[in-house]
Design a protein around this ligand. Sequence first.
Ligand SMILES: CC(=O)CC(=O)C(=O)O
Ligand SMILES: [Mg+2]
Length: 213
Amino acid sequence: MRLARFTEFGKKIICVGLNYKLHVKEMKNSLPTTPIVFLKPPTAYVINEGSIRIPKNCQELHHEVELGVVIGRKGSSVNENEAEDLIGGYVIALDMTARDLQSKAKSSGKPWSIAKGFDTSCPVGNFIPKEALPNANSLDIWCKVNGQLKQKGNTSDMIFTIPHLISYISQYFTLEIGDLILTGTPDGVGPVNSNDIIEIGIGDISKASFKIE
Ligand SMILES: CC(=O)CC(=O)C(=O)O
Ligand SMILES: [Mg+2]
């Protein structure tokens, strides 16, 4: 299985929003009672050291660092106890968000597809096999912009755990090898501008870097 090349598979990118309490607070939202799920197309991928494009009509592009779970085995309607078996590995990732377009969409009841799914909205680091990250439920994830720390969170603070997310999502979407689940961002999201360098990582285990065009 060529999971190391999962970004070439053209598979689903399934994102979870508002999964950390402090981020829910900074976004002035109410706590979700079930996971909030949305999709990005596979054309959103950018691999390590690539460039991120500011989408048309966007004046406020935000970084959101997130742990990504890469699916390694097909599954549908799995329960939480079976969820672990579907995991192939992990990546550090960004859910780049056109925050102004998202706010406009939110207030007029329209979908977030453009604000979240534009080309280059899903930069990812290198694939980490699951054996290399035995405790994905307690990992430090971080984001720096031009060397300044902007986000620092721990996956133990997720409202819905990774097994819960896999089980929940699999009730609606068959999960396939190469699919990616973005598990939500911790607090500290903020704007980036042309020529900024975004660095993201999982502790000192994995690191990736991207430039805003
Ligand atoms: C409000 C958001 O953009 C949700 C999201 O993507 C996240 O919490 O992560
Ligand atoms: Mg997000």
